[in-house]
Design a protein around this ligand. Structure first.
Ligand code: ADP
Length: 178
């Protein structure tokens, strides 16, 4: 399923993000950038050890990655050129600035991709796994942040993909796309 914002195609796909042939995939990392469970673990497993080596160098230089920020590494053995690592917020009931932090995670990922002049990017559903952010709320922020970015920022994006893992998540996003 796909929609268009200005001249950029925005696609909804059910699948495994590590298989996506795009310029960059986004990793829902944690602040340590040392890998973890969920999509983070899948990306490091499929991408090989070089991604973790690059993450270690980044952390040595700038410390842990604050929630809502993003950094970029190469894609290692993945079929993408880059992995953009961002940290979404842990859901704590919704009164702890979670919506702004989630928006920042999407926005800063798009921004660092644009700075690297990429044409295509794939997002997982940031924060809605282990971090517990309700997907009905998170998906609205995901789509709105992409829309606002495409309408207001200088960028080279031709295609933006949302990759969801489960049928239930797909249905939530599908409703929103419609
Ligand atoms: P977070 O800690 O930010 O919540 P998770 O990795 O636990 O991150 O979950 C984020 C989302 O990524 C969840 O919806 C989960 O089902 C999904 N996910 C897990 N593995 C993959 C994968 N290989 N490709 C795409 N999405 C994935």
């Amino acid at each position: 399923m796909e929609i268009k914002f200005n001249n950029t195609i925005v696609k909804l796909i059910r699948g495994d993000i590590t298989h996506e042939k795009v310029d960059a995939i986004v990793n829902a990392a944690n602040s340590s950038l040392m890998g973890g469970g969920g999509v983070d673990g899948a990306i490091h497993r499929a991408g090989g050890p070089s991604i973790l080596e690059e993450c270690k160098i980044i952390v040595a230089k700038q410390g842990r990655l604050p929630t809502g920020e993003a950094v970029i590494t190469t894609g290692g053995n993945l079929p993408c050129k880059f992995v953009i690592h961002t940290v979404g917020p842990v859901w704590n009931g919704g009164e702890k600035n979670e919506p702004i932090l989630l928006q920042n995670a999407y926005y800063n990922s798009l921004k660092i991709g644009a700075l690297n002049k990429i044409n295509s990017i794939a997002f997982p559903s940031i924060s809605t796994g282990i971090y517990g952010y309700p997907i009905e709320k998170a998906s609205i922020i995901a789509l709105n942040t992409v829309k606002n970015f495409l309408e207001n920022e200088n960028h080279s994006y031709q295609e933006i993909r949302f990759i969801v893992f489960s049928e239930i998540d797909y249905l939530v996003y599908q409703k929103l796309f419609k």
